[in-house]
Design a protein around this ligand. Structure first.
Ligand code: HEM
Length: 131
């Protein structure tokens, strides 16, 4: 494996299995914990497709295979979130749910700190209604 591949967050985290595990814990929390009800209600009753899409997106976003783009084209994330009313409470629920998933998946603390900053930027960009 070339050295630069070892520097990708995707590899530093542990590759596809770890990213899949992170996404699964993320949606498990969203599906069961009462503090994420607001964002859970925006999602379809069955989460299998949401899980697959977030896994494919994060794979590429973390520097691994661009699975989402290969399948669906440019993510246009903000546009794809416009059907859902996302305020700062929804943003914070999403980020808290991801924090819980990273803790449970035992992502390295330095990587958690890096990803928290990057997730926060993307999540804030998704806000599309005033508080
Ligand atoms: C800010 C709070 C957020 C809320 C409330 C939210 C909510 C949602 C909802 C309701 C869906 C549709 C699920 C489905 O159709 O199965 C979705 C899709 C998606 N979200 Fe989010 N999201 C948020 C932030 C983010 C962030 C920060 C990312 C990336 C880091 C992200 C990545 C995605 C992706 C890749 C999809 C699939 C898009 C598609 O192809 O339809 N979301 N989100």
């Amino acid at each position: 494996m070339p050295d630069e591949e070892l520097l990708r967050p995707y590899d530093l985290m542990g590759g596809a299995d770890k990213v899949r595990e992170l996404v699964d814990r993320f949606y498990d929390h969203m599906d069961t914990a009462p503090e994420y009800t607001k964002i859970r209600r925006m999602h379809p009753p069955e989460l299998a497709s949401s899980r697959d899409k977030l896994f494919m997106f994060l794979s590429g976003w973390l520097g691994g295979p661009q699975l989402y783009i290969e399948r669906y084209g440019h993510p246009r994330l903000r546009a794809r979130h416009l059907p859902f009313a996302i305020d700062s409470e929804a943003r914070d629920q999403w980020l808290a749910c991801m924090d819980a998933a990273m803790a449970q998946t035992q992502v390295d603390p330095a990587m958690v700190a890096l990803l928290q900053r990057q997730f926060a930027k993307v999540a804030d960009f998704m806000r599309n209604v005033p508080d």
